[in-house]
Design a protein around this ligand. Structure first.
Ligand SMILES: Nc1ncnc2c1ncn2[C@@H]1O[C@H](COP(=O)(O)OP(=O)(O)OP(=O)(O)O)[C@@H](O)[C@H]1O
Length: 449
């Protein structure tokens, strides 16, 4: 691929690669700075909101650097999407592959062969943290690449998973601290969309990148407006006991969700409704669909082909509303989502902001609404307290503390919600940036008028 450039890239090479390989006319905030820092060999921590353009921060340097960039990413589906879009990248395809337990033997062999070439063809190799932690042979290959000067950098995507303070802690991510022990001179880039200061500090410590340059963006998404509604669970009907075809399913919460969507949006508007359980996502989708809203459900209990069908139909606009567990969202790049509703409160503010942030990626006004009831909080508490692999008293306490913060956010009926969210991520907020679009600010305006 003659678009690849070798030797230390100059400024204009970075811009040219952005245009010629990625088809972008310019850089978004912090992209160029992060790219330049990693190309200088520095460790870098990129904090950008969902949809901010994190991928370019490591894909462009991968293309400009000699050798391979190793990307650690938590979800196989996410990895598959990324690799497919790199290989099909327009105007120029980028050689990328992934290694996982599901990689076909023949493909694995081809990747392995490439890694042993004096100059491998691959520019990016994606792996799950489990794969990296479990495979001595992979570490040996990385050592051999390093000796040949062909190990360009490590990238840790969704880096909040490294920290037990993060909302998605993955034990195998914790082992990524070994990378700096084994390859101290190889630059590392960590990226996430959601990390309060405490999590940033903890990720830097675990990954052993104390001097990493942090590129952080404002968490204030000006086009999003926030609201919390009381979720009326009285009169709730146990849908599990009712036949699917029974059209008289009631329950005030579901009815009010339906009314809310129907009143605010016509059937061409795209949204996501996050639910607490797989069963709930099916029940809510069926309820909405029976009443004429083009809804379907998505959760980890479905086969991957069923999930793909739903996601593709939603991307094409045939389904307007996906009712989903939090399994839905990572890596989904749909710009015109006009609303995200949490039909059950999220477990923490980071998770909430990441999910809500899937609305309005095109910058147009979009709404993020929580249907809140303490009974849902009680259910989440009992889930947190359930004995499960990898959980201990400390991790349960962390989850409880995060849930309390989420409750504080929902139960505060006076503070500006935008301000509360931005403050949660340790950033200051200029009151002039408050556009009075949240429910609390609107209420205040009504009271003072
Ligand atoms: N400089 C740029 N100019 C134009 N488009 C860009 C630029 N950088 C990124 N994009 C586009 O923005 C979209 C979002 O980018 P990307 O998927 O990297 O976001 P992300 O930060 O990884 O989001 P998420 O947290 O959801 O994974 C993509 O369609 C990408 O092509």
């Amino acid at each position: 691929m003659d678009a690849y450039l070798h030797g230390p890239p100059k400024d204009d090479q970075i811009s040219r690669a952005n245009k010629l390989i990625f088809g972008n006319d310019s850089f978004r905030k912090n992209q160029r700075e992060a790219i330049e820092a990693t190309l200088r060999g520095q460790d870098v921590f990129v904090l950008m909101p969902t949809g901010g353009g994190k991928s370019l921060c490591y894909q462009l340097p991968a293309v400009l650097s000699p050798g391979i960039t190793i990307v650690v990413s938590p979800l196989l589906s996410l990895i598959q999407d990324q690799v497919t879009s790199l290989v099909r990248n327009q105007p120029v395809g980028i050689p990328a592959a992934f290694l996982s337990s599901q990689t076909l033997a023949a493909l694995k062999k081809a990747v392995w062969r490439d890694l042993h070439r004096p100059i491998p063809t691959l520019k990016l190799l994606y792996v799950t943290p489990e794969r990296l932690a479990a495979s001595d042979s992979l570490i040996q290959v990385l050592e051999s690449l390093h000796q040949r000067g062909m190990l360009a950098r490590f990238v840790v995507d969704e880096a909040h998973c490294v920290s037990s303070w993060g909302h998605d802690f993955r034990p195998d991510y914790h082992k990524l601290g070994n990378l700096k022990d084994l390859f101290p001179s190889v630059p590392l880039m960590a990226l996430t969309a959601t990390a309060p200061q405490k999590v940033i500090d903890s990720v830097k410590k675990v990954l052993k990148i104390p001097r990493a340059q942090v590129f952080s963006m404002s968490f204030n998404r000006t086009n999003l407006s926030f609201a919390v509604l009381e979720k009326d669970l009285d009169g709730k009907v146990d849908l599990n006991l009712m036949p699917r075809s029974n059209a008289v399913v009631e329950g005030k919460a579901l009815a009010s969700l339906y009314e809310y969507i129907k009143t605010k949006y016509d059937n061409s508007v795209v949204g996501i409704v996050y639910c607490m359980t797989k069963q709930q996502s099916e029940d809510v989708a069926n309820y909405l669909f029976d009443r004429g809203i083009l809804a379907d459900f998505y959760h980890a209990g479905q086969s991957s082909s069923d999930r793909e069908l739903v996601q593709e139909a939603w991307q094409r606009g045939e389904i307007k509303v996906v009712c989903a567990t939090i399994a839905y969202g990572m890596g989904i790049d749909k710009p015109d989502v006009r609303y995200v509703i949490h039909y059950a409160v999220a477990k923490c503010v980071e998770g909430y902001y990441q999910e809500a942030g899937r609305a309005g990626r095109d910058g147009k006004p979009s709404q993020c609404t929580i249907f809140y009831n303490r009974r849902d909080v009680t259910k989440i508490k009992s889930i947190i307290n359930m004995p499960k692999k990898g959980s201990n008293a400390k991790s349960r306490a962390v989850h409880m503390e995060k849930l309390e913060k989420m409750m504080d956010y929902c139960e505060d009926d006076t503070s500006c919600r935008r301000q509360a969210l931005v403050a949660y991520f340790g950033q200051t907020f200029n009151r002039a940036d408050c556009q009075r679009t949240c429910d609390n600010c609107k209420r205040l305006i009504r009271r003072t008028n």
